[in-house]
Design a protein around this ligand. Structure first.
Ligand code: ADP
Length: 189
């Protein structure tokens, strides 16, 4: 099993690179943001609940997010591995993922962290708003909130994997191909 936690702040390029990694390694891509957005579109109870947090740039509570992620993993018993995109976003989520995957004897292989500075992130998110239709991309106050939440609650998750010797930082500036090559080099190590 190849279980990759693809990490980084909003706008770092996790979704873009996930598409390419899925192609190269035959993994299942699980993006908690995408799953929440699909639930919003389908007007499910989970979607209605998640939307109230997402629209403000806040995190959806850990208990629902963890339960949702675990049920998505369970839908793919034949998977060769997973790309976790946007999860774990808190230390509590990381601890829950460890327990869940250890019980299946398929632990996280590595965390690959895309590194992009804040000014570039903001520019990318505002540019993405033109096409994404995402309300959380078009509002500078919400973008700032997401970055602040990332720095306060999500950035410490890197330390969780660093302690396990599983952390690799990846320069997230360059062409899509250049960054993909850096990710592949890290996966091969
Ligand atoms: P980005 O990485 O660009 O912020 P995502 O699609 O990953 O976009 O996430 C969008 C929103 O979905 C987040 O701001 C948050 O409200 C919610 N979300 C996604 N993943 C999680 C998670 N693991 N825990 C809590 N909330 C989450």
């Amino acid at each position: 099993m190849l279980n990759i936690v693809l990490f980084g702040p909003p706008g770092a390029g996790k979704g873009t690179q996930s598409v390419h990694l899925v192609e190269s390694y035959g993994l299942i891509h699980l993006s908690t943001g995408d799953i929440f957005r699909a639930n919003i579109k389908g007007n499910t109870e989970l979607g209605q609940m998640a939307q109230s947090y997402m629209d403000k740039g806040q995190l959806v509570p850990d208990d629902v997010t963890i339960r949702m992620l675990e049920s998505e993993v369970n839908k793919h018993p034949e998977a060769k591995g997973f790309i976790f995109d946007g999860f774990p976003r808190t230390t509590a989520q990381a601890e829950a993922l460890d327990v869940f995957l250890d019980a299946r004897s398929t632990p996280v292989t590595c965390m690959l962290a895309l590194e992009v500075e804040e000014a570039e992130l903001k520019a990318r998110l505002l540019a993405r708003a033109e096409t994404s239709g995402r309300p959380d991309d078009s509002n500078p106050t919400v973008i700032q909130k997401r970055i602040d939440v990332y720095n306060a609650e999500t950035a410490p998750v890197a330390g969780h994997y660093a302690l396990q010797g599983k952390f690799t930082g990846i320069d997230g500036i360059g062409t899509i191909e250049e960054i993909l090559d850096r990710l592949k080099v890290a996966i091969a190590h």
